[in-house]
Design a protein around this ligand. Structure first.
Ligand code: GDP
Length: 319
């Protein structure tokens, strides 16, 4: 079993590579829920949806979120009714939010609702929210205390960031199966997701960091940072606000207590050399995921570094 910790955009690209290499039953994905928010009265879980959609092979790769070929009639109608419309929801995507909200209102947990929706969409991998309890990423800015979606989508991540906190994390518990999956994994892979607002909330849930520290499995991460910048999005400002360097050293620092291998870009080879030590192997390759070939190549590198046996087994099974 390969366990992946992930957010949405960068994470979904990496998971897209992994799903092409190993049988779906061999994948367990632990997903950030710090970005979850209420929209038009519905419970939206953006990162879970991106992972469900990529594994169901319906994710829009152009947008990196939502369903391929979706329409936006409801969004337009809400605009015309004078409702808020800064968070784009496609019509088919809306069905996911309606169903999830309905399941939650009937008393199901987020884990149950996620697993139900994923199965209905034909997903055979296990997708686990980091917690069934509400943990909310809050961004403290001069303009006020913002939810992640207000900071990221509504305000285009233009605000200076004073600090990031995960409201509710200290009282939260990992969702059923999360720490067990990490403990029994053959490898744990940290997707090239935002270390602060995608992987940070997962690590803030008591028990998950400890599980990563004690698992026998190798833990490898793919860097979302190349040189001194994020490949995309606000990771650089958020890392600075959290006292992390914006570099591969900063990524290594964020995962310091459990990381065995870090996959970085070829252009970071000098920094990679100085970062390598007895406990951390730093592997250089091209880490830009522009197409399916890139995604598969990077996923294969991560598996080869942590659990090479699974690749030869999967290859033998497809023969
Ligand atoms: P979010 O939930 O939408 O914020 O998605 P993630 O946290 O999973 O992904 C965002 C991160 O993915 C950003 O910090 C980017 O730097 C990183 N990212 C996006 N595309 C790529 C890529 O092609 N290669 C690498 N290495 N990182 C990427």
């Amino acid at each position: 079993m390969i366990v992946v910790l992930t957010g949405g955009t960068g994470g979904a690209k990496f998971v897209d590579g992994l799903r092409r290499l190993i049988p779906p039953e061999e994948l367990t994905i632990i997903v950030n829920t710090g970005d979850d928010h209420e929209w038009w009265g519905l419970y939206v879980s953006p990162d879970i949806d991106s992972i469900v959609y990529v594994l169901a092979d319906i994710l829009s790769s152009e947008r990196g979120w939502g369903i391929r070929g979706d329409t936006f009639h409801c969004l337009q109608a809400m605009k015309e009714l004078g409702e808020e419309a800064w968070f784009s929801v496609g019509d088919k995507d809306l069905a996911t939010h309606l169903l999830r909200t309905q399941l939650l209102s009937k008393g199901q947990t987020l884990s149950d609702a996620t697993s139900y929706i994923a199965k209905k969409l034909g997903v055979r991998s296990r997708i686990l929210p980091m917690s069934d309890m509400r943990v909310e990423t809050r961004i403290d800015t001069p303009a006020g205390d913002l939810s992640f979606e207000e900071y990221f989508v509504k305000r285009w991540y233009q605000d200076p960031v004073n600090a990031v906190r995960f409201a509710g994390a200290s009282e939260a518990e990992p969702a059923p199966g999360v720490t067990q999956a990490i403990a029994s994994a053959q490898a744990v892979l940290i997707a090239p997701s935002n270390p602060v607002t995608s992987i940070g909330p997962i690590l803030a849930v008591p028990g998950i960091r400890e599980a990563l520290q004690t698992t026998q499995a190798k833990v490898a991460a793919v860097s979302p940072i190349i040189g001194n910048a994020a490949v995309s999005g606000p990771a650089a400002n958020l890392m600075t606000a959290q006292g992390l360097k914006v570099s591969i050293a900063g990524v290594a620092q964020a995962y310091e207590s459990f990381l065995d291998a870090l996959i970085v870009d070829d252009s970071d080879s000098v920094a990679a050399q100085s970062l390598t030590n007895d406990r951390l192997h730093v592997h250089c390759t091209n880490i830009m995921m522009r197409d399916t070939e890139d995604k598969t190549r990077i996923a294969r590198t991560a598996l080869a570094l942590t659990c090479p046996g699974i690749l030869s087994r999967a290859a033998a099974e497809t023969r």
